[in-house]
Ligand binder design. Structure first.
Ligand code: SAM
Length: 199
């Protein structure tokens, strides 16, 4: 008899990657009709994932500084469910309509650079830190913020340390924070931060 494949696994059967853990948690909590933000659109895989979680009736706002990201993502995602914004995520409070502030169910960050493209178009600590504060303001009570950081990328270690200091200092009466990272690898693998805004 075939052993059923585990659901919480990477394609090789191993433990989920940081990105997969983030998706699993978001999938569990997002509902049709919800509003979500993809703060780092890239090729649109996460934007598509979010639209699937909030369909039907929901909407996803997605950000990237690269025009190429918008072109790639537009090919993937349903136009009526997405607003693709060619701007840095540090401006998300300006671009997400004011009536949705405090009503966003999830914000997803996948920091670093887009594999296979210009590695200088990387997220930067100063703008990332503005954006994560803005994300917390947009979230509704019970909403989820996920941040995948890449300490092995150029500038990623500094970005990771800043996220760690920021997350550790969040008021525990308002936010629950978890940090997930592979522990027995020599390189610096991606890490996940999950922040839940208390309901
Ligand atoms: N979520 C993407 C996907 O599914 O393909 C992968 C994201 S990739 C790791 C990081 C992306 O962040 C790059 O496309 C990069 O252009 C973008 N980026 C860099 N700085 C940014 C900023 N200030 N605001 C929004 N996106 C930014």
């Amino acid at each position: 008899m075939l052993t059923p494949k585990p659901h919480l696994a990477s394609p090789n059967g191993g433990l989920p990657s940081s990105v997969l853990w983030a998706q699993l948690m978001l999938k569990d909590r997002l509902r049709p009709g919800d509003i979500a933000v993809d703060a780092t659109m890239g090729n649109g895989h996460d934007t598509l994932f979010l639209t699937q979680c909030v369909s039907p009736g929901g909407h996803v706002f997605a950000f990237d500084v690269q025009e190429a990201a918008l072109i790639e993502t537009r090919k993937r995602v349903p136009a009526e469910m997405t607003t693709l914004i060619h701007a840095g995520h540090e401006t998300m409070r300006t671009h997400v309509p004011a009536e949705l502030h405090g009503n966003v169910s999830a914000v997803m960050f996948n920091l670093g650079y887009l594999p296979g493209t210009d590695k200088t178009l990387i997220t930067h600590t100063d703008t990332t830190m503005i954006a994560v504060w803005e994300a917390l303001e947009l979230l509704k009570p019970g909403g989820l913020l996920t941040i995948v950081v890449y300490p092995g990328h150029e500038g990623g270690a500094d970005e990771g340390r800043c996220i760690a200091d920021w997350a550790a200092a969040l008021n525990s009466r308002r936010f629950e924070v978890q940090h997930l990272r592979p522990i027995n690898r020599a390189a610096s693998p991606p890490e996940l931060w999950v922040i839940w805004k208390r309901g």
